[in-house]
Write a protein that binds this ligand. Structure first.
Ligand SMILES: Cc1ncc(COP(=O)(O)O)c(C=O)c1O
Length: 387
């Protein structure tokens, strides 16, 4: 990528997508792009088969026992709405965290504002981690679920899910995880971690297209239908299908997206999830070290990059992040994300709620040269502290 654009906005969506994923999608869709599960002709069955194989691949990838509990959705936001709306009941209490994205916070806020549930947010510490004891302290008899992000999209910190899973199991509370950032970056075995339901999105570190994601459920977790419609079965009944996965999938599936998601997971598996992560973290350390030498930059939660994704957020005191982003883009051809990153509580706690911050996030195609260009560009910006 080094000759042209330096793309460092991979936490928003990874770019570019692997060419084998894009070509594979077109090839498969050109061959069997019909409505899966909606006909008994051979082509519909082939499409159905492809979807079944994709469910099995997703279940394996996340350590889930039953492919029928892999529910395809439009993205992580859609999956989280399905999970939250289908799990909570009037009078319930939910625990989330101040690291959470609006895809968790807004459904909870909506239900709380309507008087259906109450919720509390666990804090994070100065290094960007939620203490499992702080989650435990907020659980009360009415608590139905802990709903939280696996990794912060602002700070890049990977939360201690295994310990929180044990707290939830001890207290008889479901653990619903937003894995939008972590899926494809770090291994996730939902059974070993004690995760009841996992929401993911296909277009970030799974290297699939936008418009596809999903919700993976443990077999004992019941999620009620909140959307109703055609499923291709039980068509004489006006009652929506109760069997999974169709209980939570209404309408024609995004077949092209499902194919792309499956190919994206295949891409990550072929390169090796650990190898991708190690390489990205080596580049993230290089970026951290370069930016740390710049006296005009304040780095958030990057002293110790243990339990971290390839995400670094910085502030340039005295400069509007929008201006930093515009200079990086316009003068240096470097794409980053500026603003609040849809996670308002994090910015409140960092003291950046007014203008947000500047986020660098890496992907599989970034090179050391990309990182050096980003460091040099930040050095060339006339920061107020050095004028
Ligand atoms: C932590 C986190 N959760 C949820 C989402 C929502 O993902 P999507 O927009 O694909 O639904 C994002 C996307 O930025 C995210 O970073």
């Amino acid at each position: 990528m080094s000759d042209g654009l330096v793309y460092l906005d991979n936490a928003a969506t990874t770019f570019p997508k692997p060419i084998e994923v894009l070509q594979g999608m077109v090839d498969a869709y050109a061959r069997v792009g019909v409505s899966p599960g909606r006909g008994n002709h051979d082509l519909a069955m082939q499409a159905d088969d492809m979807v079944a194989q994709a469910r099995a691949r997703v279940a394996r990838f996340f350590g889930a026992p039953d492919p029928d509990r892999v529910i395809f959705a439009a993205n992580a936001t859609d999956a989280l709405n399905t999970a939250i709306g289908g799990i909570v009941r009037p009078g319930d209490h939910v625990v989330a965290t101040r690291l959470d994205h609006n895809s968790v916070l807004r459904p909870l806020h909506h239900l709380a504002a309507a008087g259906v549930i109450a919720y509390d947010l666990a804090p994070f510490d100065g290094r960007g981690f939620v203490d499992p004891a702080a989650v435990a302290a907020l659980i009360r008899p009415a608590t139905r679920a802990v709903v939280m992000t696996h990794a912060s999209n602002v700070l890049g910190t990977i939360q201690p899910l295994g310990e929180i899973g044990r707290v939830c199991a001890d207290r008889g509370v479901l653990l619903v995880v937003d894995a939008a950032q972590s899926a494809g970056q770090v291994p996730i075995d939902m059974t070993a971690l004690g995760v009841s339901a996992l929401a993911f999105t296909g277009h970030k570190s799974l290297y699939g297209p936008s418009g596809i994601g999903g919700l993976v459920l443990q077999p004992a977790v019941e999620v009620e239908t909140t959307r109703f419609g055609g499923t291709g079965m039980d068509s004489s009944s006006l009652v929506h299908t109760r069997a999974y996965p169709l209980r939570l999938e209404a309408g024609t599936l995004n077949l092209m997206g499902v194919i792309g998601l499956s190919l994206g997971i295949g891409f990550v598996e072929a390169r090796g999830l650990g190898a991708i992560h190690d390489r990205e973290m080596a580049l993230t350390r290089r970026l951290r070290d370069g930016l740390a030498e710049n006296p005009g930059i304040r780095l958030f939660c990057a002293d110790d990059l243990a339990d971290h994704l390839a995400v670094l957020t910085v502030d340039v005191p005295g400069m509007d992040p929008q201006d930093v982003g515009a200079i990086l883009d316009g003068d240096f051809g470097i794409a980053v994300r500026v603003g609040l990153h849809c996670a308002p509580m994090v910015h409140r706690d960092l003291g950046t709620i007014d203008r947000g911050a500047v986020r660098f996030s890496l992907g599989v195609f970034n090179t050391p040269d990309d990182i050096d260009r980003a460091i040099a560009a930040m050095d060339a910006i006339p920061h107020p502290r050095r004028r």
